[in-house]
Write a protein that binds this ligand. Structure first.
Ligand code: DGJ
Length: 739
């Protein structure tokens, strides 16, 4: 959208840093801030009382559109003050606020009233830093806003500063609060459990508060810090959607409130449960970032915006990895876990590596079991030396073999954990999260190291650094297999101990950042017993995630469907494992398994020693086909054409690359019923005027389907499948290439 910007003389200093089409403006007369990016505008202003009030979030407005100064919402009754009715950008708990506060504090003298008013601001390249201050006390909050010019996705966070002479305890701190006007809405969020993550949960918004959260010390499998709110008539392809994702891998909370005036407020940040952070005089405190976006064409358009934003602005841009630092399609990996579990050794891993290389795999990853006295999950975590019985000459012979086979090498670690049966625990029993004199609850026979402690952080960083320095390791699979219990930190005074909820995660990010500095090419996967630590905080430091320990290819269709509402297929690792599958005892063909996994970043996790020649040949052929179209699949625009949710008989996805020169389509049948044929599939996102050639990757189109047709034909007429495409657990895939 072409915009002109004329600077008032009084604004010249501000205009100087802005381009001809500034993303962020401030009108000193109306005291209105406006951020424009992509197809979205976000507007807020200083109201007549001095509070920062949200005015608009939605489709992009014309540059000629102006807002008058914000007027606080009136009190409707003596029970609901104007302060509580007004949608504030960042409300302190005080002055009779009954909705969720963004910030709640207790001052040293017991005063708990906090009322934040506008103080000053600075416009930045793509946003603004707006300073709020309590009406009486020297507590300052700087709200950081930035808008992405391409997607219109906003990044918001807050810095809280104590300029009082006494400490202040922060009891609740959000990154941001978002507001929507009264209307009919549907809330979407992601729920699950171990081996059952990524269920898209949808519910109508009604008065009251919906809380999605983790109290577990990490992101969690049960809910994920992402939401999307659809307007009443919106679906996958139509209607307005407001969405957001919190970049934090510790305990978090997002509340979605429909308030007493039916306005909707979404507030997200640190989970206030068991929370307390003492801010001493002169100290400041940063919240995580809460991203938020607006999409005009349904949930599909929201996820496409988010995917492109994640690749462009969240994922690590590793330096020294080629021409461009932008994230590259992931190597096709082999992982040993489901083949050998803990029984790894030099000969067995070398044999698997030979098989993997024969398939065309790019990276060989040895999973759990290679270190300390690790025979099962009872011992070894914490002792990160190579097990001499399993690898008598260290890791070098295996790594050399993997390299000779043309692959690079990756290794499993679980740095934040310790088994009580380990040298590390025997030496440092005080290093774990615990309350002295209380039991230490074990899960999977392990305890959580208190990463917030400087000595623990130093230990973890030094063993990882040594491991990566001494061995030619391209990739770490970073696992985390339990949640917190008894989260004490007895090195600190009682009043300070709850800051473990913040410092642990900051330490984790600090270690990852330091590893990146020392080993800029090292790539990392975030795994937590599957998808227990997937969020935009950890994705700033990690290249991919393990979405679930459930590798059943049919279950994965629904999991991948849910996953992609929030996260790009670029990071969605998907292994092909053995059949029948251990979880559901379901038998599927290698073709079905391959095509299910090829919708994300492909991996092989099967016991290849047991695969026959036909299975090996099929996998080899499909890996080669995948390599050819992988950038389109993982970095293109994703269209969920037919959802596998709710027991659907059919499902289909399609991706289109950036310049619309290529598209890839996947089709799946659960179980054909009543001889029903796969429905005609109308494609999406192509250039209607261009000609596209259809090539089968797997399966046949109906006889008479044109070899080449226009984008308009594929989108309006659609693709018909051969009528033999009927049965149980079948899959097909096609590519379209512009002529
Ligand atoms: C849980 C992971 O999700 C699995 O893939 C595997 O790495 C095991 N941990 C190893 O203990």
């Amino acid at each position: 959208m072409l915009k002109t910007f004329s600077c008032l003389l009084a604004l010249m200093t501000v205009c100087a840093i802005a381009s001809a089409e500034p993303a962020a403006t401030f009108d000193p007369t109306s005291k209105v801030f406006r951020l424009d990016g992509g197809d979205a505008s976000y507007v807020f202003g200083v109201n007549s009382r001095g509070e920062l009030q949200q005015l608009y979030w939605g489709g992009r407005l014309a540059s000629s559109d102006h807002f008058p100064q914000a007027v606080p919402m009136p009190a409707r009754a003596s029970f609901d003050s104007s302060y509580t009715n007004t949608p504030q950008e960042y409300a302190g708990w005080g002055a009779g606020l009954f909705v969720e506060p963004a910030l709640k504090v207790t001052f040293a003298d017991g005063n708990r009233d906090l009322v934040l008013h506008y103080d000053s601001h600075t416009l930045t390249a793509n946003g603004a830093d707006v300073v709020l201050k309590d009406i009486k006390r020297n507590i300052l909050v700087t709200l950081h806003y930035a808008i992405d010019p391409d997607s219109g996705i906003l990044s918001r966070s807050a810095t809280i500063e104590n300029r009082e002479a006494q400490p202040v305890t922060i009891e609740q701190a959000a990154a941001a609060a978002w507001a929507l006007p009264p209307a009919h809405y549907t809330l979407n969020y992601l729920t699950g459990r171990w081996a059952g993550e990524w269920t898209l949960t949808q519910e109508k918004l009604d008065p009251g508060e919906r809380v999605i959260e983790s109290r577990r010390g990490s992101t969690g499998h049960q809910t994920n810090p992402w939401f999307a709110i659809q307007s009443g008539n919106s679906d996958e392809n139509h209607g307005e959607v407001w969405f957001g994702a919190l970049a934090w891998s510790g305990s978090w909370r997002i509340t979605v409130e429909q308030d007493q005036l039916d306005e909707v407020r979404v507030t997200g940040g640190f989970n206030p449960f068991d929370f307390g952070y003492v801010l001493h005089p002169g100290q400041s405190f940063d919240t995580p970032v809460f991203y938020g976006g607006y999409a005009a064409n349904g949930l599909g358009s929201a996820s496409r915006l988010l995917h492109h934003f994640e690749i462009a602005h969240v994922l690590p841009h590793r330096i020294g990895t080629g021409d461009s630092a932008a994230p590259k399609p992931r190597p096709v990996i082999y992982n040993s876990w489901e083949a050998t579990e803990f029984n790894v050794d030099e000969a067995g891993q070398m044999a698997l590596a030979e098989k993997a290389a024969a398939l065309g795999v790019d990276r060989f990853v040895m999973d759990d079991g290679w270190f300390g006295q690790r025979k099962d999950d009872h011992a070894g975590l914490g002792d990160w030396y190579v097990n001499q019985q399993k690898f008598p000459h260290g890791l070098k012979p295996l790594i050399d073999k993997v390299h000779a086979l043309g692959m690079d090498f990756g290794l499993w670690v679980e740095p934040e954990m310790v088994n009580p049966d380990s040298d590390l625990y025997r030496k440092h029993p005080d290093w774990v999260l615990n309350f002295p004199g209380r039991p230490r609850s074990e899960q999977r026979n392990q305890l959580v190291l208190n990463l917030a402690r400087p000595d623990v952080r130093a230990y973890v960083l030094s063993f990882l650094d040594k491991l990566v320095t001494e061995n030619d390791i391209a990739f770490l699979k970073w696992d985390y297999n339990r949640n917190w219990s008894e989260p004490g930190w007895d090195q600190l005074a009682p009043a300070e101990q709850k800051k473990v909820y913040v410092e642990f995660t900051r330490s984790l990010y600090g270690i990852l950042a330091e590893l990146e500095r020392k080993h800029p090419k090292l790539e990392i996967e975030s795994c937590s017993g599957g998808g227990g630590r997937v969020d935009l905080g950890i994705l700033k430091y990690t290249d991919e995630v393990w979405p679930s320990d459930n590798t059943d290819p049919f279950d994965r269709l629904t999991q991948q469907d849910g996953f992609t509402y929030a996260y790009t297929p670029q990071v969605m690792m998907a292994w092909v494992t053995d059949s029948p599958h251990g979880l559901n005892h379901r038998t599927t063909s290698v073709t079905y398994r391959m095509l299910s996994s090829m919708q994300g970043s492909l991996g092989i996790g099967a016991n290849l020693a047991k695969w026959n020649d036909d299975e090996m040949a099929t996998a080899k052929r499909l890996i080669a086909a995948y390599h050819q179209v992988q950038p389109t699949i993982v970095q293109g625009s994703l269209y969920r054409l037919i959802s596998p949710r709710n027991g659907s008989e059919f499902s289909a996805t399609q991706t289109v690359n950036h310049d619309k020169s290529q598209s890839v389509v996947f089709l799946f049948i659960h179980s054909t019923q009543e001889e029903r044929l796969f429905p005609r599939l109308k494609l999406n996102g192509l250039d209607p005027a261009a000609e596209y050639a259809l090539t089968s990757i797997e399966g046949k189109a109906q006889a008479g389907t044109p070899a080449t047709a226009s984008g308009a034909w594929w989108m309006n007429h659609g693709l018909d499948m051969d009528e033999e495409f009927r049965g149980d657990f079948l899959a097909a895939a096609f590519r379209l290439d512009r002529r």
